[in-house]
Design a protein around this ligand. Structure first.
Ligand SMILES: Nc1nc2c(ncn2[C@@H]2O[C@H](COP(=O)(O)OP(=O)(O)OP(=O)(O)O)[C@@H](O)[C@H]2O)c(=O)[nH]1
Length: 196
């Protein structure tokens, strides 16, 4: 991705002042976003979060998942350190899109778990590729990171793309009675590092 396909502007937030980078012409053709604070291309590893879009959790504070609290916690941690980046990927519903995620929620309302619902709709349990995250990091001169995640696939994907993940920083926030089963399925079937 060339610098030409990236535009940026200041973005003051309740967690401090970020620069927002909007990316076009990424390898999957979607308009992804990165929120950055501080110097990016230092030798010191950058604290980052790769976050897949979740309209229901990020914007509407849904309690069905842990997405909203994870995003807030990650922005807060970056502002405490004064340096870091959120890579916000337009991968709604683990890559199946919003309408299909709501279809999957309807199946979960009938008793299926989050993995069964995806599979019964004809998708993989997790339909995402994180190749684009590595592409975005590289285009912004980030090569060494501390990654806030509980998802081993994100760590592996960055390492495969030659991003040096010096540390995985656990990000366990937002557990509540409505997402207990969802989180235990993520732990049991998707291999997430989550305390049970
Ligand atoms: N298909 C589907 N997607 C869901 C469901 N609940 C949440 N999501 C999506 O799951 C994704 C979660 O993204 P992330 O929080 O970045 O990723 P993660 O795999 O949970 O990993 P970490 O949060 O980094 O530990 C978002 O795209 C949500 O929209 C669900 O029940 N079904």
């Amino acid at each position: 991705m060339s610098k030409k396909s990236t535009v940026h502007a200041k973005l003051p937030t309740k967690w401090g002042h970020f620069t927002i980078y909007a990316l076009e012409k990424s390898c999957d053709g979607k308009e992804h976003v990165a929120l950055a604070m501080g110097e990016l291309d230092q030798e010191e590893p950058l604290l980052i979060r790769i976050h897949s879009e979740c309209l229901t959790g990020d914007a509407f504070s849904s309690l069905r998942c842990d997405c909203g609290p994870q995003l807030e916690a990650a922005m807060k941690k970056i502002s405490e350190v004064g340096r870091g980046m959120i890579v916000y990927l337009r991968q709604e519903g683990r890559g199946i899109g919003l309408v299909n995620k709501i279809r999957a929620y309807a199946l979960q309302d009938e008793g299926q778990d989050t993995v069964e619902a995806n599979i019964n709709l004809g998708f993989q349990a997790d339909h995402r590729s994180f190749e684009v995250a590595a592409e975005i990091l590289t285009s912004l001169n980030v090569s060494k990171v501390k990654l806030m995640t509980n998802n081993p696939r994100k760590v592996e994907a960055l390492q495969e793309a030659n991003i040096d993940v010096v540390e995985r920083v656990p990000l366990q926030y937002g557990r509540n009675p409505h997402n207990e089963d969802y989180l235990s399925t993520k732990h049991g079937k998707l291999g997430h590092f989550l305390d049970q």
